[in-house]
Design a protein around this ligand. Structure first.
Ligand code: ATP
Ligand code: MG
Length: 364
């Protein structure tokens, strides 16, 4: 299984230096408010994705009065015990250095592939409430890990979209806008097939985890995929041509793969309208567990789950249920909490606990 075996953090937020030798199951980080718990989760997320979920500015992440932050980990695969990787990121104010096994790499893609990490935070329920971006990112996480073709298609699409939007915004002549239509259409159609297939494969898992976490809901969830253009559209290229005047007015491309979305429905009603806040959080857990299970089946490696402030997410019964499922699925999990008593330790042998105080970590 993909597993972080060790983690080291230097000069990240309020944490000057921290080392962890991680366990294969539960890794619990306990600390009071402002101790630096979210900072640890954020540092791992930054290493895995190249981004923070709190700030896009490097100077927010680098510890005050220092020049750079470094996060480094070692990973192990359980299917092949010889497959060990050393992965690192160093961020200065104006530069990012990425390394895998001593080699400098240019893009974050290879690290993201080696570190399939999922994140649950007290804000995760926004996946349902907010605009389609978070739902697209959720879907594209799976597409990225399961289809080699997805990333190049998405990059080509983005490049074309940027140029086309630039031409629309500058009100360049029609031909200069339409120059990009073919690129957009070709890539969008292939992205569409990958996303549609991914959701089709994901849905049975999602139904299973919704039943496990929310047995009180009697109907199964339905995932309605939206491609990013009207269902009635037979020819996307023609749609672009017909819609040119409107898009020129808007100054951007109205339809395409960048507008895809998913609607989750129970009994034909939008999930966010009928689920309680707690159920919304459980639904997001079900989405992540479904994604984790499908990932394990297709890629043959389980994901690693980061959960920031688990008690803020779920009540005692559902915390235990989630922890049981993570254990059954063999998912390494790194969880933060303000109180140790709120987290049941289901298996002592695969669990470890640390205390964190003012950015200083010590094992307990
Ligand atoms: N760049 C930085 N340098 C030094 N300290 C920082 C930096 N950025 C944030 N901090 C401080 O780090 C501390 C830890 O914040 P963090 O959000 O990780 O705490 P937390 O343990 O998750 O708290 P809570 O339980 O309230 O969520 C805060 O006191 C914050 O002010
Ligand atoms: Mg926090």
């Amino acid at each position: 299984m993909t597993q972080l075996t060790s983690l080291s953090i230097q000069n990240f937020r309020n944490c000057a230096s921290a080392q962890f030798e991680l366990s294969s199951g539960l890794n619990l980080i306990v600390g009071n408010n402002a101790a630096g718990k979210t900072a640890i989760i954020e540092a791992i997320w930054l290493l895995a994705t190249g981004r923070s979920f709190r700030s896009q500015k490097s100077h927010h992440l680098i510890q005050h009065n220092t020049q750079s932050t470094t996060i480094f980990c070692e990973t192990k695969s359980s299917y092949n015990p010889d497959e060990i990787h050393k992965i690192g990121i160093q961020k200065t104010l104006d530069n990012t250095l990425l390394r895998i096994d001593g080699e400098t790499i240019k893009s974050h893609g290879p690290i993201a592939k080696l570190l399939p990490i999922q994140l649950l935070t007290p804000e995760s329920h926004k996946l349902l409430e907010e605009g389609p971006k978070a739902r697209r990112q959720f879907m594209d996480w799976g597409c990225f890990h399961q289809s080699e073709d997805f990333m190049p298609l998405w990059r080509n699409y983005q490049r074309g979209l940027k140029q086309r939007n630039h031409a629309l915004k500058k009100r360049l002549p029609k031909e200069q806008v339409q120059l990009w239509d073919q690129t957009l259409v070709e890539n969008a159609k292939q992205i569409d097939v990958i996303r549609q297939n991914y959701l089709d494969e994901l849905t049975p898992y999602l139904i299973t985890f919704c039943q496990a976490l929310m047995p009180e809901i009697e109907t199964d969830v339905v995932c309605q995929y939206r491609a990013g253009w009207p269902k009635t559209t037979e020819d996307l290229l023609e749609l672009y041509q017909q819609n040119f005047a409107k898009e020129q007015q808007l100054g951007h491309t109205q339809y395409g793969a960048h507008r895809a979305d998913i609607r989750f429905k129970f009994n034909n009603q939008e999930a966010m309208n009928i689920l309680s806040r707690g159920q919304q959080k459980l639904f997001v857990c079900a989405l992540l567990l479904a994604q984790a299970s499908l990932h394990e089946k297709v890629v043959n490696e389980p994901v690693i789950m980061l959960i920031d402030d688990l008690p803020a997410e779920l009540d005692e019964i559902h915390r235990t249920k989630l922890l049981e499922l993570l254990q059954i699925l063999n998912i390494q999990h790194i969880i933060t909490t303000t109180s140790k008593d709120l987290i049941p330790i289901l298996n002592k042998e695969t669990s470890k606990t640390w205390n964190i105080e003012l950015g200083k970590v010590c094992s307990s």
